[in-house]
Design a protein around this ligand. Structure first.
Ligand SMILES: [Zn+2]
Length: 191
């Protein structure tokens, strides 16, 4: 059996979580065995007991490989927040895609509009790429960027935890903030 790699990406507020819920609902309906992985710090989307959380480094990816091996009947593997993983996820995806349908979902670009390296790689490797759009919070036109807003200077490390600090913006309304991300935030967002 040959697999397939699909990438679903877009800015914050473009419906990525809803798309995962829709895919999971379809898989359940047709009784396709599946696994959903997501970073341990990611709170959005709730599809219940099917989600396995891991760290986003090599250790986390090794754990994901281990879990997938424990469930050899799995047909579809979904990776939520794929942009946050280190490049180790690429090796895992290459391995899985030989036999599985693999769906990677995540942000294509960071707050400055710069592509996430892992997502750029996955998009190049993919059989199918779906780019979702949000609605620009300023002008209501289709949004392809994630705007970092309302930064609390006292707690910048927590920005990653709250998507309320981001809003969808179109290319014209998107502004790169003067704010310099903390080391931790940059560490996560550079992935
Ligand atoms: Zn706009």
């Amino acid at each position: 059996m040959s697999g397939r790699l699909e990438v679903v990406c877009g800015p914050v507020g473009s419906g990525k979580s809803k798309e995962i819920e829709r895919i999971v609902s379809t898989l359940k309906h047709v009784h396709v065995p599946f696994l959903v992985f997501k970073p341990e710090f990611k709170h959005s989307s709730d599809i219940g007991e099917h989600v396995i959380k891991s760290s986003v480094d090599k250790k986390g990816v090794d754990f994901m490989l281990h879990i997938a091996e424990k469930f050899p009947d799995t047909e579809t593997i979904i990776i939520d927040g794929a942009n946050f993983y280190t490049s180790d996820i690429i090796d895992a995806v290459e391995k899985w895609v030989k036999a599985n349908r693999v769906i990677c979902v995540g942000l294509d670009t960071d707050f400055s509009g710069k592509p996430f390296a892992t997502m750029a790689m996955l998009m190049a490797m993919a059989d199918d790429v779906t780019k979702l759009k949000g609605i620009c919070a300023v002008c209501k036109k289709p949004a392809t960027k994630s705007q970092l807003v309302e930064i609390d200077e006292k707690a910048p490390d927590e920005i990653i935890e709250f998507s309320a600090f981001y809003e969808p913006r179109c290319r014209k309304c998107h502004k790169v903030p003067q704010y310099k991300p903390s080391e931790k935030l940059r560490w996560i967002m550079d992935r």
